[in-house]
Write a protein that binds this ligand. Structure first.
Ligand code: NBP
Length: 474
């Protein structure tokens, strides 16, 4: 065969990715379980490039030059395994199977190990940017072997988004590293949106601003440090008026946020790693709370707020901007901590600065301040937290008083701000010289003889709480 690369799975993502490849001059073999999709792609877009349509998997494999490179873009989970099973018997050692779906990284690790046994390369590649990104340039986070990246990298880099001439694609690390980073990216996206939603809610409920006015506020913010795709589209969504009712669009949308699961995965994995990603966790739980409509309706009248109808809001808009920025820095700091922890646990050796680089374009969390994150990790790859990089430390210091005012205003006004307040609690926790964990240790030792360490001597100790309260070395 002569095709450079293949795509199997031609729903929205797969067909757009195939078109992106073809538009970049690659001969692309295309296949879908239901061949009507293949036919439709060729009929509608065949003139955009050099496609080879394959009706069956053996035809697809035969169409490819060696070593073969096949991108799978099907529904994550069992469908991906079904496609891999069908493929592997048709392939030869050295061939590469790329999973561009939203796979769970543990699945990617399992699949990579299984294919490696057969001499095949398995590349779990996180792809962000939705259908628009797939067509015009996504952010790509490929895992797998270095050897496979040597073949694949140039192709993926050519179709990825570019920022300042740099492709938003680098080799993340072995086996599941790419899908892990994609997962955390999605988790950060959850946190980012939650913080934006809290800013809106406060400006509306405590500040008394109308959606159209808040749209203007966000439009203004988008020309400063907060410049990002999400802040930009927040202005669009808040400014939109429902044609049917003439109401602000945001008032006619049911207030129950959905989740497909990647935010939840991020938190589950953070719990396993013992990394506090409170910003992401609060975002996942805020969506969960919003979704429990029956419960909300059942309890609402019995839970009075007892809050003043108005609160002093002098300078609220600027304060909220500071709170949003500081909380966002915390959410990213936590996400990067999680990537670093996983990198150590799984031996991935991930370059954290490079991750910030590839999220600058193509993906949903693209933002100006990712440049700052890259600079921070380039300057010091061992940074103990993003928060102590000079730029971010100064920014958070400047924001601090406003951040505290915003959280207390929200509390007084009865507006929930789990993202802002947990980010501030995280910040105050990290900077505290002494934490009440000492008391927790004392309690654990009291009821369960769990022992404790002392600040002044090495070793583990236990106090004989039920006897004379003398201390013994455990
Ligand atoms: P879907 O996730 O809706 O999957 C549809 C595709 O999976 C079709 O090609 C379908 O074939 C194929 N498929 C299924 Br379902 N079961 C199969 C099986 N047992 N064997 C072979 N093929 C099977 O497509 P999508 O929205 O384009 O997303 C593709 C992947 O990209 C997913 O993993 C998704 O999570 C990920 N992703 C999506 C986005 C996005 O914005 N949509 C963004 C980033 C990543 P058929 O035509 O024969 O039914």
């Amino acid at each position: 065969g002569t095709a450079r690369i293949a795509v199997t799975g031609l729903a929205t993502m797969g067909s757009n990715l195939a078109r992106n490849l073809a538009r970049h001059g690659y001969r692309v073999a295309v296949h879908n379980r239901t061949s009507a999709r293949t036919t439709a792609l060729i009929e509608q877009h065949g003139q955009e490039g050099d496609f080879v349509a394959a009706e069956t998997m053996p035809e697809l494999v035969a169409a490819l030059a060696k070593p073969r490179q096949i991108i799978i873009m099907v529904k994550a989970g069992q469908p991906t395994d079904a496609v891999i099973d069908e493929l592997v018997d048709l392939l030869e050692p050295g061939d590469m199977v790329i999973d561009g779906g939203n796979a769970q990284f543990a699945d990617t690790r399992r699949r990579e190990a299984a294919l490696r046994e057969r001499g095949l390369h398995f590349v779990g590649a996180g792809i962000s940017g939705g259908e628009e990104g797939a067509l015009n340039g996504p952010s790509i986070m490929p895992g797998g072997s270095k050897e496979s990246y040597a073949h694949l990298g140039p192709v993926l880099e050519s179709i990825a988004a570019k920022v300042d001439g740099q492709p938003c694609c680098v080799h993340v690390g072995p086996d599941g590293a790419g899908h892990f980073v994609k997962m955390v990216h999605n988790g950060i996206e959850y946190a980012d949106m939650q913080l934006i939603a809290e800013a809106y809610d406060l400006l509306r409920r405590a500040g008394g601003l109308k959606p159209a006015e808040i749209a203007e506020v966000f439009r203004g913010w988008n020309s400063g440090d907060l410049e990002s795709y999400l802040v930009e589209i927040t202005a669009e969504v808040l400014g939109h008026v429902d044609a049917a009712t003439g109401q602000p669009f945001v008032d006619v949308v049911a207030d129950q946020a959905e989740q497909k699961g990647t935010g939840r995965w991020t938190v589950q994995e953070a719990l396993e790693l013992g990394i506090p990603v409170t910003g992401i966790a609060e975002a996942v739980f805020a969506r969960a709370l919003s979704g429990h409509v029956d419960q909300r309706v059942a309890v609402r009248d019995r839970l009075p707020g007892d809050v003043p109808s108005t609160v002093a809001v002098d300078g609220l808009v600027d304060d909220v901007r500071h709170a949003l920025y500081a909380s966002k820095v915390v959410a990213y700091a936590q996400g990067f901590d999680q990537i670093r922890a996983a990198s150590q646990t799984y031996g991935w050796n991930i370059d954290l600065g490079a991750m910030a680089t590839i999220w600058r374009g193509g993906c949903i969390i693209r933002a100006r301040f990712l440049d700052r994150i890259r600079e921070a990790y380039d300057g010091n790859p061992e940074l103990p937290s993003l928060l102590v990089n000079d730029y971010f430390a100064d920014a958070v210091e400047q924001a601090q008083q406003a951040w505290r005012r915003v959280v207390s205003t929200a509390v007084q006004a009865g507006v929930p701000v789990p993202g802002f307040s947990s980010a501030l609690a995280y910040y105050d926790g990290l900077r505290s010289e002494r934490l009440p964990a000492a008391l927790v240790q004392g309690l654990r030792d009291f009821f369960g003889a769990h022992t404790y360490r002392r600040v002044d001597r090495e070793g583990s100790f236990h106090t004989l709480w039920g006897a004379d309260r003398s201390e013994i070395e455990a």
